[in-house]
Each structure stands twice: as C-alpha cells, then as structure tokens.
Design a binder for this molecule. Structure first.
Ligand SMILES: [Fe+2]
Ligand SMILES: [Fe+2]
Length: 213
C-alpha cells in the first residue's frame, strides 16, 4: 500500500515538473525580453502550486498552471480554425502573442488563493472537514486582467498592444458590471479591434467550462 502511495506521489511530482517545463519552454521560445524575470517572479509567488479558483475550475494545487496550459492549447486551436476561415488576420495572431496572452493572462491569481480548512456535508449527511481555499486580494488589490498586465510590465516583459488589450479585457462581461461609460467604451473598442482578445476569451471559456468542468 505504502509503495503504491510513494509511486503515485512520484508520478504527481514528475507530472508537475513536466507541466512547469512545458509552460517555461513555450514562453522562453518567444525570445521576448523579460521572460526570464517573469518566470522567476512566478516561482517566487507560488504560481506553479496555486489553484485556478477557490471552488470553480482548477480548485486544486497546480490548477492555475494546468488552466494556463489548457487556455494555450485551446487558443492555438481557435487561432488555427480562424486562420482557415480568414487567413488575412494571421499577422494579428502570431503564435508568440498566443503564448504570452494565454499562458500569462491569469498571473494576477498567483498569490491570491490561501489554503483553508473548510466544512461540508458528505454523502451520509455528516459534516466533514476538507482542505479548501479562500481568496485574499489584499496583497496587490488591482482587479483582474489589469493586475496581470501591470504585473507583467513591471516585471519587464516586452508586450505588444494586442497582448496588453487581450489580457486586460479577457474577463469581458464579468468586468463591466460596475464600470463607467468610459471603461465600457474602451472594452467595446478593444473587442472590435483586437482579434487576440476574441481568441483569448474563447480559449479561456473553453478551458474553464469544458476541459476543467
Ligand atoms: Fe482570468
Ligand atoms: Fe483564465
């Protein structure tokens, strides 16, 4: 029994290392100024062990890394599909921009979810304790997409306008409920002018609601 447990833990560790390597290799391959520093900062903040949410998609250690890789895979597929239908937009959807936007859109979450003991009823109707998460936005309270962008620029990542716009607005309607007309108009302009935003939004939705459901 103990041998099975040890082998399982070893496999989990190897899977985690493999995913981290894939994430790092794709970003390094962009050759973008600042990638090395971004990777060091993500390590420092605990990005690779973080969950993607407290109780929705990817609410487990490593969930955020898995989500980011899923969004990347989905975004590359969405890109390929769109280029088949509309090849003239290829210059607006370079693979490097897909990598930057998809893998780094949620770096705002790196340090937000803290482990916490929670209670729930099991299948017998009895209360039980389990390891969950709570969100704590006090570390760097800036919002969501805008926090990712500010963080990346501050870490010295060279980013195109499209990458900034796509990451800033990737939450679309969720970000608009309490916003001013100016912000809503900016979002409308971004949606009209940035195909990378449309690809990222689609990929984020497909990853969260289908792959990680
Ligand atoms: Fe997000
Ligand atoms: Fe996301």
């Amino acid at each position: 029994m103990i041998v099975v447990w040890i082998l399982q833990k070893k496999k989990e560790r190897e899977d985690k290392m493999e995913k981290k390597k894939k994430f790092e290799d794709i970003l390094k391959a962009t050759g973008r100024v600042g990638v090395g520093n971004v990777l060091a900062e993500l390590d420092r903040l605990g990005f690779y062990a973080a969950p993607a949410s407290t109780r929705f998609h990817g609410a487990h250690p490593g969930g955020l890394l898995q989500h980011s890789l899923n969004v990347y895979d989905e975004a590359m597929l969405v890109r390929e599909m769109q280029l088949r239908i509309k090849p003239e937009i290829e210059a607006r959807l370079p693979p490097d921009s897909i990598a930057i936007a998809a893998l780094l859109h949620d770096v705002c979450k790196a340090e937000v979810y803290k482990p916490e003991q929670k209670s729930r009823k099991n299948s017998n109707g009895e209360w039980e304790r389990y390891n969950g998460y709570r969100a704590d936005y006090s570390g760097f309270p800036l919002g969501h997409g805008e926090k990712s962008v500010i963080r990346l620029l501050r870490w010295g990542l060279e980013m195109s306008d499209d990458e900034i716009i796509a990451i800033r607005w990737h939450m679309s309607g969720f970000d608009l409920a309490f916003q001013s007309p100016e912000i809503r108009s900016s979002y409308g302009e971004a949606s009209d002018k940035c195909p990378l935003l449309a690809v990222l939004r689609a990929a984020d939705g497909l990853a969260s609601h289908i792959l990680e459901a």
